[in-house]
Ligand binder design. Sequence first.
Ligand SMILES: [Mg+2]
Length: 282
Amino acid sequence: MDSQPGFPVDAEEEFRSRFRSAPLTFLALDYDGTLAPFHADPMQARPLEGVVGILGELKRLPKLTLAIVSGRPVKEVVQLLGIRDIPVVGAHGFERLMPDGTLRTREPDAVQKEGLEKARQAALEEGWGDRLEIKVASVAFHTRGIPSAKAAAMEKRMRTRWTTLASPHDLECRPFNGGVEIRASGWHKGEALGELLKELPEEALCVYIGDDDTDEDAFKALGDRGMGIKVGDVGETTAAKAFLRDCQAVREFLRTVLRAFSAAGNGPAGARDGRRKGKERS
Ligand SMILES: [Mg+2]
């Protein structure tokens, strides 16, 4: 058992108060580095033990709505989580798994596609094709598993080449935790979250949890409708209002949310003790 705090530091009382009073809570979660620890092989980045069970109980709460917002393709998130009926926004918002199970995809335009192909070619010229991930509106270059100094040099080299391609092709080059990505401009996690927020009642309490540079767009999109929580060390520069240290702390936070709802009589049927159930499941 870990000893992580159940609420983000600096915000425990605020969270307790707002969870109690909100008629509806919307909880949006990043995947990598938030629900799942990083792994050199991205498809081995499994949810932390217990997380899937907790999400399964959270999604049954009548006063809580869940969503996953990831840079990964929707298909990967669904495969790794093994839960099909939680809304998933993927590829930084270029994909969205709709409630009826259909996948809605936004296509980059012709100029952006041309730029992405050039980005792919540039990585191939460096001999790094095996480190590329081709997504619907981006190309990601992964360096996880490479010694940090070498990884930093490779990322710098790739970023230099991709930055020259970005502007003429309406693309943007952004670092992420474990690499660099070049992607179509005009749609990001903030835009994607904003779209989800429009579908919620004004009075809903909205919480977004993420660990990465790309999650900053989502923190900003929340505005005064809720709170962003950064997964990382207290003091990091962020638009979020609170911190959780790591995936373990996120899991404990989710357990605490489940307990708070259950204690208030709003828990899922048959889930009077969310903590015990969450630990038994994986
Ligand atoms: Mg992440």
